[in-house]
Design a binder for this molecule. Structure first.
Ligand SMILES: [Zn+2]
Length: 261
């Protein structure tokens, strides 16, 4: 890893707790391999039925600790109205130039929640923009990160050299689509669940939103069942699914994983 990399793998998501649901086990696995991981949440959760944005900030910091990420920040895009604008692409591009990840994880581009679908396109275009040497000047900084150093000011950001991630993969847990590959998260399933349950304002049993939210005891069953389903596709116990737009490249046919018959 080059010394200027703050993160090898950066997960970008619309909402605090999205990463915990779709690729938290993968971040844990990458961390266990010695890679540096980071999370960028685009919104602060002010539109949620339960809890305030401040509740979710402290819960997100606790979840980041449980996931072992070295950096996490929430931008200030409006919750429920994420838009693919130049201003928003620049905010994300600044973070990409700061952290210089080799891999970016985005949500899959078709989703029930419009914020998730837009984040896929917005994130991809921000990755492109971050690599342009003559990109427009980034907007001023917002809140400091929950974990890790503060993003640079606009002046400092102008001094950051362009960076484009090598690889973009799409976390497809909630998409009705066949994954390109599965990450085996079997050793990390309990820790991933602990990170999700750090969002007490969202998932602990409570009267507010009880008709809308799944009871706490069923969250475990549902999330484990989904992970088991994707794990079975790849011949492991628990897995997280991803889609890549590119084809795979194989060096040795005898080393391709996942049994055929
Ligand atoms: Zn979400």
């Amino acid at each position: 890893m080059p010394p200027d990399h703050l993160a090898d793998v950066l997960a970008i998501a619309a909402h605090r707790d999205d990463v915990e649901q779709t690729c938290g086990g993968t971040l844990l696995r990458m961390g266990a391999r010695g890679l540096r991981t980071a999370i960028l949440d685009l919104t602060q959760g002010e539109a949620g039925t339960r809890g305030s944005a401040d509740d979710r900030a402290s819960e997100a910091a606790e979840a980041a600790r449980l996931l072992g990420v070295s950096w996490r920040q929430a931008l200030d895009l409006p919750d429920g109205a994420v838009a693919n604008t130049l201003e928003n692409r620049l905010k994300i591009a600044r973070v990409l130039r700061l952290l210089r990840p080799r891999v970016v994880i985005l949500p899959y581009w078709q989703a029930r929640h419009p914020d998730h679908a837009i984040t896929a396109t917005l994130g991809y275009e921000a990755c492109f923009l971050a690599g342009l040497s003559k990109a427009p000047a980034p907007p001023p900084a917002v809140r400091p990160p929950a974990v890790g150093p503060t993003a640079p000011s606009a002046q400092e950001a102008e001094g950051l050299s362009p960076h484009r991630p090598f690889k973009i993969v799409y976390a497809s847990l909630y998409a009705d689509v066949r994954p390109s590959f599965i990450v085996d998260i079997t050793p990390f399933i309990e820790q991933r669940h602990a990170a999700l349950m750090a969002y007490r304002s969202q998932y602990a049993n409570q009267p507010t939103g009880s008709a809308l939210f799944v009871p706490e005891e069923e969250i475990r069953e549902r999330t484990f069942a989904e992970a088991r389903h994707y794990g079975l596709l790849a011949g492991v116990k628990y897995g997280e699914p991803f889609v890549q737009k590119e084809v795979g490249l194989v060096d040795d046919l005898t080393l391709i994983p996942v049994q055929s018959i």
